[in-house]
Design a protein around this ligand. Sequence first.
Ligand SMILES: Cc1cc2nc3c(=O)[nH]c(=O)nc-3n(C[C@H](O)[C@H](O)[C@H](O)COP(=O)(O)OP(=O)(O)OC[C@H]3O[C@@H](n4cnc5c(N)ncnc54)[C@H](O)[C@@H]3O)c2cc1C
Length: 376
Amino acid sequence: MTGGLDDPRLAEFRNELRAWLAEHAPREPVPLHGEERARYGAVWHRSLHQGGWMGLSWPEAYGGRGFPAVYEAVLNDEIGRAGAPAAPHVGFLGRALLHHGTEGQRRRFLPSLLSGEEVWCQGFSEPGAGSDLAALSTRAVLLGDHYLVNGQKIWTSDAAWADWCLLLVRTDPDAPKHRGISALVVDMATPGIEVRPIVQINGDTEFNEVFFTDVAVPVDAVVGAPGDGWRIAMTTVGYERGPADVGFSSRYARLLAELVALARANGVDEQQRLALARAHVQVEVLRAHVNRSLARRDDGAVPGPEGSVDKLLSTRTEQLLHHTAMDLFGAAPLTGDGAEVLSAYLYSRAASIAGGTSQIQRTIVAERLMGMPRSG
Ligand SMILES: Cc1cc2nc3c(=O)[nH]c(=O)nc-3n(C[C@H](O)[C@H](O)[C@H](O)COP(=O)(O)OP(=O)(O)OC[C@H]3O[C@@H](n4cnc5c(N)ncnc54)[C@H](O)[C@@H]3O)c2cc1C
C-alpha cells in the first residue's frame, strides 16, 4: 500500500477508529507532572490496547495485528486530529528486541510492552556519553552465569516507574569503542539499582539519573550477541528519530489551527502573521515528507539515517509553533493563566536534544545522506 496517509483503501479503518476515538478518547487534559502524568498515560495505553489499536504493524505472534506500517500513521493521524493524547511511544525499544532479540525474548517481552502491562526505559546516555554515545563507560563484567553491572546513566525517561531497561554497557574495554558495547535487558527491581528523578524546567520529572552498583544481570539477558550493542543502539535510535514523527503533523496542524483562530479573534502584528505563515508551510512540508517516508516503510525497510530529516523537520515545526503560541498568548502563560502553554513551550526546547541533538542530526544528513566528507 503506497498511497500514504491518503490511500482510499484506509477509509474503512479510519472511520472505525474515528468512531472509537469519539467514544473513548479521554476528555480530561494530560496532567503536567511526573507520576500523575505517567498514571494517566498508562490508563490511555491500556484503553488503546483493549480497543485493538496498539501494535498495528507488529507481528501477530507478539501481540500485534500484522498490518502495513501506514496503519500506525493513520492511528497517530486520527489521534492528532481528535486532539487525544499521543499514543504511547514504545515502538523504538520494542523494535530493537523484535530485530535483534531471541525468540524467547520476543515472546516474553513484546506482548506486555504493547499492552502497557510492563513499562520500559532506555538506558543509553551517561554523564560522559551523550552525542558521543560510544564513549559510554558503564561496565558489565561476566562472572559465570551473570554479568555484574556498575556505572551511571542519565536523562533516562520513565526510569522511576519502569519495569525493564534496555541498557547499553561496555563488556569489552579492550575492543575499539563501538565494538566493546553490549545491550542487556535489565529488570529495574534488581538490587543495586537506584533511580533519582531530575526536575525539569517545566516542573516535570520525566527523566532520571540511574545508578548501578554491583547489579547482577543473568547472561541470557544479552540482546543479540555480546558486542552487538552498537548495532542494536542504531536500530533503536533509527526508529526513535524517524517514524515516531509520523502523525505529529496532524497534532501540529491542530495546534496551528487553534493559533490561527486565536489570531483571527485577537488580531496579530506583522511578525506573528509571518510566524503563522511559516508554521503553516512547515506543517505542510512535514506532512508531505511523512507521506513519502511511509511509502518507503511499506517496503519493510528498517529506518536508517533518513530519520534524521524527520527529526529535524519536526523539531523545527514544534519549536516554531510553541514559540508562536507563547507570543500570541501574551503575558497569560507567565502570570499563571495558561500553565499548559508555558509547559509545552518549555518542553519543546528539549526537542532539539532528546534522541540526538539537531547538530548531530545535521552531521548525519551531511555525511551519510549527502556523502559529504567526514568532519575531523
Ligand atoms: C526530554 C529528554 C529525554 C531524554 N530521554 C532519554 C532516555 O530515555 N534515555 C537516554 O539514554 N537518553 C535520553 N535523553 C538524553 C539525550 O539522548 C541526550 O541529551 C542527547 O543525546 C545529547 O547528549 P548530551 O546531553 O550528553 O549533550 P552533549 O553530547 O554533551 O552535547 C552538548 C552540546 O554539544 C553539541 N555537540 C556535541 N558533540 C557535537 C559534535 N560532534 N558536533 C557538533 N555539535 C556537537 C550538542 O549538539 C549539544 O548542543 C533525553 C534527553 C531529553 C532532552
